[in-house]
Design a protein. Structure first.
Length: 190
Protein backbone atom coordinates (compact mmCIF):
# COMPACT_ATOMS: atom_id res chain seq x y z
CA UNK A 1 0.00 0.00 0.00
CA UNK A 2 2.86 2.39 0.87
CA UNK A 3 4.44 1.72 -2.53
CA UNK A 4 1.20 2.66 -4.32
CA UNK A 5 0.89 5.91 -2.31
CA UNK A 6 4.53 6.84 -3.04
CA UNK A 7 3.99 6.12 -6.75
CA UNK A 8 0.81 8.24 -6.85
CA UNK A 9 2.59 11.08 -5.04
CA UNK A 10 5.48 10.91 -7.53
CA UNK A 11 3.00 11.18 -10.42
CA UNK A 12 1.30 14.19 -8.81
CA UNK A 13 4.54 16.10 -8.13
CA UNK A 14 5.19 17.21 -11.73
CA UNK A 15 1.68 18.66 -11.95
CA UNK A 16 2.18 20.51 -8.67
CA UNK A 17 5.51 21.89 -9.84
CA UNK A 18 3.97 23.23 -13.04
CA UNK A 19 0.95 24.98 -11.54
CA UNK A 20 1.35 28.69 -12.18
CA UNK A 21 -0.08 32.04 -11.33
CA UNK A 22 -0.87 33.65 -14.68
CA UNK A 23 -2.04 36.96 -13.19
CA UNK A 24 -0.40 39.97 -14.75
CA UNK A 25 0.54 41.39 -18.12
CA UNK A 26 1.85 39.25 -20.98
CA UNK A 27 3.64 40.05 -24.25
CA UNK A 28 3.92 37.90 -27.36
CA UNK A 29 7.60 36.96 -27.49
CA UNK A 30 7.66 34.63 -30.50
CA UNK A 31 5.07 33.30 -32.93
CA UNK A 32 4.48 31.24 -36.01
CA UNK A 33 1.06 31.64 -37.55
CA UNK A 34 0.36 29.51 -40.60
CA UNK A 35 -2.59 28.95 -42.90
CA UNK A 36 -3.50 26.12 -45.25
CA UNK A 37 -5.35 26.72 -48.52
CA UNK A 38 -6.68 23.68 -50.35
CA UNK A 39 -7.31 23.64 -54.11
CA UNK A 40 -8.36 20.54 -56.06
CA UNK A 41 -4.92 20.50 -57.70
CA UNK A 42 -2.65 21.39 -54.76
CA UNK A 43 -2.35 22.49 -51.13
CA UNK A 44 -0.62 25.74 -50.14
CA UNK A 45 0.84 26.67 -46.77
CA UNK A 46 1.76 30.22 -45.81
CA UNK A 47 3.26 31.47 -42.60
CA UNK A 48 4.16 34.61 -40.72
CA UNK A 49 6.69 35.01 -37.94
CA UNK A 50 5.86 38.66 -37.22
CA UNK A 51 2.71 38.74 -35.10
CA UNK A 52 2.63 41.12 -32.12
CA UNK A 53 0.46 40.83 -29.06
CA UNK A 54 -0.29 41.80 -25.49
CA UNK A 55 -2.55 40.39 -22.85
CA UNK A 56 -3.62 40.44 -19.25
CA UNK A 57 -4.71 37.66 -16.89
CA UNK A 58 -6.68 38.15 -13.70
CA UNK A 59 -8.62 35.80 -11.40
CA UNK A 60 -8.37 32.83 -13.77
CA UNK A 61 -9.43 34.81 -16.87
CA UNK A 62 -7.25 36.15 -19.67
CA UNK A 63 -7.75 38.64 -22.52
CA UNK A 64 -5.31 39.05 -25.38
CA UNK A 65 -4.97 41.09 -28.56
CA UNK A 66 -2.81 39.72 -31.38
CA UNK A 67 -2.15 41.54 -34.66
CA UNK A 68 -0.30 40.43 -37.78
CA UNK A 69 0.25 42.17 -41.12
CA UNK A 70 -1.47 40.42 -44.01
CA UNK A 71 1.58 40.98 -46.22
CA UNK A 72 3.88 39.26 -43.69
CA UNK A 73 2.58 35.82 -44.74
CA UNK A 74 4.88 33.93 -47.08
CA UNK A 75 3.76 30.91 -49.11
CA UNK A 76 7.03 30.55 -51.00
CA UNK A 77 5.55 32.07 -54.18
CA UNK A 78 5.63 35.87 -54.43
CA UNK A 79 3.00 35.97 -57.23
CA UNK A 80 0.59 33.86 -55.16
CA UNK A 81 1.20 36.06 -52.09
CA UNK A 82 0.60 39.24 -54.09
CA UNK A 83 -2.69 37.79 -55.38
CA UNK A 84 -3.67 36.88 -51.81
CA UNK A 85 -3.04 40.50 -50.77
CA UNK A 86 -5.35 41.67 -53.57
CA UNK A 87 -8.12 39.17 -52.73
CA UNK A 88 -8.03 40.08 -49.02
CA UNK A 89 -7.76 43.83 -49.72
CA UNK A 90 -4.54 44.13 -47.70
CA UNK A 91 -4.01 47.66 -49.04
CA UNK A 92 -7.20 48.82 -47.30
CA UNK A 93 -7.06 46.45 -44.33
CA UNK A 94 -3.37 45.66 -43.69
CA UNK A 95 -3.86 44.05 -40.25
CA UNK A 96 -5.49 40.88 -39.06
CA UNK A 97 -6.55 41.48 -35.46
CA UNK A 98 -7.54 38.73 -33.04
CA UNK A 99 -9.12 39.33 -29.65
CA UNK A 100 -8.93 36.29 -27.38
CA UNK A 101 -10.86 35.66 -24.18
CA UNK A 102 -10.13 32.66 -22.00
CA UNK A 103 -12.57 32.12 -19.17
CA UNK A 104 -10.77 29.42 -17.18
CA UNK A 105 -7.00 29.14 -17.34
CA UNK A 106 -6.89 26.08 -15.09
CA UNK A 107 -4.09 25.27 -12.72
CA UNK A 108 -1.91 22.54 -14.18
CA UNK A 109 0.15 22.28 -17.33
CA UNK A 110 -0.04 21.19 -20.04
CA UNK A 111 -3.76 21.34 -20.60
CA UNK A 112 -6.39 22.58 -23.00
CA UNK A 113 -8.50 25.72 -22.59
CA UNK A 114 -11.49 26.90 -24.59
CA UNK A 115 -11.12 30.40 -25.99
CA UNK A 116 -13.60 32.79 -27.56
CA UNK A 117 -12.09 34.66 -30.50
CA UNK A 118 -13.12 37.72 -32.45
CA UNK A 119 -11.14 38.16 -35.67
CA UNK A 120 -11.05 41.26 -37.84
CA UNK A 121 -9.84 40.51 -41.37
CA UNK A 122 -10.59 42.02 -44.79
CA UNK A 123 -12.70 44.73 -43.14
CA UNK A 124 -15.08 42.24 -41.48
CA UNK A 125 -15.34 40.64 -38.06
CA UNK A 126 -16.19 37.05 -37.21
CA UNK A 127 -16.53 35.28 -33.87
CA UNK A 128 -15.39 31.78 -33.06
CA UNK A 129 -16.51 30.26 -29.77
CA UNK A 130 -14.88 27.56 -27.65
CA UNK A 131 -11.79 27.15 -29.81
CA UNK A 132 -9.50 24.61 -28.09
CA UNK A 133 -6.00 25.91 -27.35
CA UNK A 134 -3.22 23.89 -25.77
CA UNK A 135 -1.43 25.74 -22.98
CA UNK A 136 1.82 24.88 -21.23
CA UNK A 137 3.80 27.17 -18.97
CA UNK A 138 6.96 27.31 -16.95
CA UNK A 139 8.03 30.23 -14.78
CA UNK A 140 7.33 33.43 -16.74
CA UNK A 141 6.72 31.78 -20.13
CA UNK A 142 3.50 30.38 -21.62
CA UNK A 143 3.33 28.29 -24.79
CA UNK A 144 -0.02 28.45 -26.62
CA UNK A 145 -0.84 26.36 -29.69
CA UNK A 146 -4.06 25.69 -31.51
CA UNK A 147 -6.03 25.61 -34.73
CA UNK A 148 -8.59 28.27 -35.69
CA UNK A 149 -11.31 27.00 -38.06
CA UNK A 150 -11.29 30.14 -40.22
CA UNK A 151 -13.45 30.30 -43.38
CA UNK A 152 -13.32 32.79 -46.24
CA UNK A 153 -17.10 33.25 -46.16
CA UNK A 154 -16.89 34.59 -42.59
CA UNK A 155 -14.89 37.55 -43.95
CA UNK A 156 -16.77 37.95 -47.23
CA UNK A 157 -13.78 36.82 -49.29
CA UNK A 158 -14.61 35.33 -52.67
CA UNK A 159 -12.53 32.12 -53.00
CA UNK A 160 -9.95 32.62 -55.76
CA UNK A 161 -9.95 30.15 -58.64
CA UNK A 162 -7.27 28.39 -60.62
CA UNK A 163 -8.34 26.83 -63.94
CA UNK A 164 -11.96 27.74 -63.03
CA UNK A 165 -11.77 25.66 -59.83
CA UNK A 166 -12.05 27.68 -56.59
CA UNK A 167 -10.09 26.97 -53.42
CA UNK A 168 -11.97 25.48 -50.47
CA UNK A 169 -13.81 27.85 -48.17
CA UNK A 170 -12.05 26.42 -45.10
CA UNK A 171 -8.65 27.96 -44.38
CA UNK A 172 -7.46 26.56 -41.03
CA UNK A 173 -4.99 28.78 -39.20
CA UNK A 174 -2.43 27.16 -36.90
CA UNK A 175 -1.00 29.10 -33.94
CA UNK A 176 2.30 28.37 -32.26
CA UNK A 177 3.10 31.17 -29.81
CA UNK A 178 5.34 31.92 -26.84
CA UNK A 179 4.22 34.56 -24.32
CA UNK A 180 6.45 36.18 -21.69
CA UNK A 181 5.33 37.90 -18.54
CA UNK A 182 5.50 41.69 -19.03
CA UNK A 183 8.65 43.25 -17.63
CA UNK A 184 10.65 40.01 -17.79
CA UNK A 185 13.10 41.55 -20.29
CA UNK A 186 13.93 44.42 -17.94
CA UNK A 187 14.60 42.10 -15.02
CA UNK A 188 17.07 40.09 -17.11
CA UNK A 189 19.07 43.24 -17.92
CA UNK A 190 19.63 44.13 -14.25
Amino acid sequence: MKTILVFLFALACPALAFSADLKGHWELEKSEISYTVTHPLHVVHGKSLSARGKGVCYSGHCEFLVAVLVNSFDSGDHNRDTHMWEVTRAGLYPLIKVWVKIGDTGGETPHQVLADLEIEFNGHKAKYFKVPLDVAWKADEVLVTGLIPLTLKDFEIQPPSLLTMPIRNEVPVKLDTVWKRGGSKETKKN
